[in-house]
Structures are given as structure tokens and as C-alpha cells.
Write a protein that binds this ligand. Structure first.
Ligand SMILES: Cc1cc2nc3c(=O)[nH]c(=O)nc-3n(C[C@H](O)[C@H](O)[C@H](O)COP(=O)(O)O)c2cc1C
Length: 252
């Protein structure tokens, strides 16, 4: 089994590891050109962004050549997955793939303009995260099939969410508005955890226009030096089972 993963703060990496098999990094696969992934079972694990998958995961699905007897898609999310599951089914279909299983695990929400990270961490116990992951692992081990088609109402909802929320949040120039304060020691970790190679650290931290709006740089800065005007607080999050080294290995 191979699992292709996109992660900024480790939730999706943790779920991918719990499911098992050989973990693969979607950012690295994308840098390698046209990825070919073949196994008895292949999975994709990534966060929900605005009721959809991250842009890079969508591009990965369109570009990759995936061959598997059993193909699954697991999202992690914090609040509401809205149309994420039908979006996965539709994006896979567009890529000529048929998903066998789609599910989602509710975890800590890392969307800084919407949620205060510390209260998200403090209340995560109520989400029964381990129980949800156990269920997903058991389903996949049993090669459970659960995909229903996308109905026209869901398609309309998907289009609206992608069009409005998507346009509002996902701007490849978003990082140009990030504020790097004087605590920055130019250690370069922001550049290493960025899945999009969007950051260069020289005499200052410089952002290009390929931001995936994943906030890996904000959450993982050891000096907490990168901020958003609109963030709920300066608190940051990384999944407790995942280290900074793991995220660098995943995204650098
Ligand atoms: C830009 C952005 C948009 C997000 N949109 C949603 C959303 O629509 N619904 C939701 O429940 N969580 C949303 N989240 C929260 C993430 O899906 C969630 O925290 C996820 O588990 C993070 O995964 P990671 O740790 O692997 O990066 C969003 C996060 C970001 C950064």
C-alpha cells in the first residue's frame, strides 16, 4: 500500500502513518515531474481547504498516473468538510480514476483567521480523533467500499464554495501579505516546511507567488515570527505525534 500525503501541520501525516503502508510526499512527487504510483492499494491523505482539497493535491490527481486495485481518499479537517468528499470523487473522475473509499477525520483546525489555535488544541479531546482514525484504518484494512456518486445539488454546492470561498482564501500571492516580525533569525525553517517552494531566506524572508495557503510557515516557525493581520491569536499548532523534522522531511 502506498499513501500520498499533503500536510502543513501534521494531522494528515499522522493519519497517513496510522493507516500504514509506504508514505509518499505529494510535494516531492510533484517536483519529480509526472508521478507514477502503482500498488494493490493507493491512498491520498490531505486537509480540507474551503470544502475542497489543496490546489496542489488537485493538480497531483490530474497529473499523476495512479494504478491500484483499491483507491482511497481520506481528508483531515477541523470544523466542517462541506463538499470535500464529493469534490474528491469528482476530481478523481476527471482524472479517469474511480475512488473506492472516501472518508474524513475531524481534528484540530489550523485555519488561523477562523480559529484560535490554543482553544482548538484544548478542545481536541472532544473530537475522539483516535476513535475516528481507528475506524478509518479498520475500513481500509477490510478494503471497505463506500463511494456514492455526486448528485446535481452537491455539484452546484461545490461550484459555489469553490468560486466564493476559494477565490477569497486561495490567492497564490497570499504570502505577500504575511508579516515577518523582528523575532525572525532567518533560520530558513519556513522555507523547508513550505510544500510549494515559495519561500527564500536570504537577508530577509521573501515570498514568491506560489502560496498554497497551508500556513506551514506560520505554524512551524520556531520563533513565531510570521503572522497574519487577520489571525485569531499568535498561538500555533503542530500535531503532537509529528515533529518539525518530520514536516521538513515531508515538504523540503
Ligand atoms: C486555508 C485553509 C482552509 C481550511 N478550510 C477548512 C474547511 O473548509 N473546513 C474545515 O473543517 N477545515 C478547514 N481547514 C482546517 C484544516 O483542514 C485542518 O486543520 C487539517 O487537519 C490540517 O491538516 P494538516 O495538519 O495535515 O495540514 C482549513 C485550513 C486552512 C489552512
Amino acid at each position: 500500500m502506498k499513501i500520498c500525503c499533503f500536510t502543513a501541520t501534521g494531522n494528515s501525516l499522522y493519519v497517513a502513518r496510522r493507516i500504514g503502508g509506504e508514505p509518499l510526499s505529494i510535494p516531492k512527487l510533484m517536483r519529480a515531474g509526472r508521478p507514477g504510483i502503482e500498488d494493490d492499494a493507493v491512498g491520498i491523505v490531505c486537509p480540507v481547504y474551503a470544502g475542497d482539497m489543496p490546489g496542489m493535491v488537485r493538480r497531483f490527481l490530474a497529473r499523476a498516473s495512479i494504478r491500484a486495485d483499491y483507491l482511497f481518499f481520506v481528508y483531515t479537517y477541523g470544523m466542517s468538510e462541506t463538499s470535500a468528499r464529493p469534490n474528491a470523487i469528482a476530481a478523481a473522475k476527471d482524472a479517469g480514476l474511480a475512488l473506492d473509499y472516501v472518508n474524513a477525520v475531524k481534528m484540530v483546525d489550523n485555519y488561523l483567521p477562523g480559529f484560535e489555535a490554543q482553544s482548538q488544541i484544548d478542545t481536541a479531546g472532544a473530537k475522539n480523533i483516535e476513535g475516528q482514525i481507528d475506524r478509518v484504518c479498520a475500513d481500509i484494512a477490510a478494503r471497505e467500499r463506500n463511494v456514492r456518486g455526486v448528485n446535481p445539488l452537491q455539484r452546484a454546492e461545490m461550484a459555489v464554495i469553490r468560486g466564493t470561498m476559494g477565490r477569497f482564501i486561495f490567492d497564490s500571492r497570499a504570502a505577500q501579505r504575511y508579516i515577518v516580525n523582528d523575532s525572525c533569525v532567518r533560520c530558513g525553517i519556513c522555507a523547508k516546511v513550505c510544500p510549494a517552494d515559495n519561500i527564500a531566506v536570504t537577508d530577509a524572508v521573501r515570498f514568491s507567488n506560489r502560496c498554497e495557503v497551508c500556513y506551514a510557515c506560520l505554524h512551524n516557525c520556531p520563533k513565531n515570527a510570521i503572522h497574519l493581520k487577520s489571525e485569531k491569536s499568535a498561538a500555533r499548532f503542530r500535531n503532537a505525534h509529528v515533529t518539525l523534522k518530520d514536516l521538513i522531511a515531508q515538504n523540503d
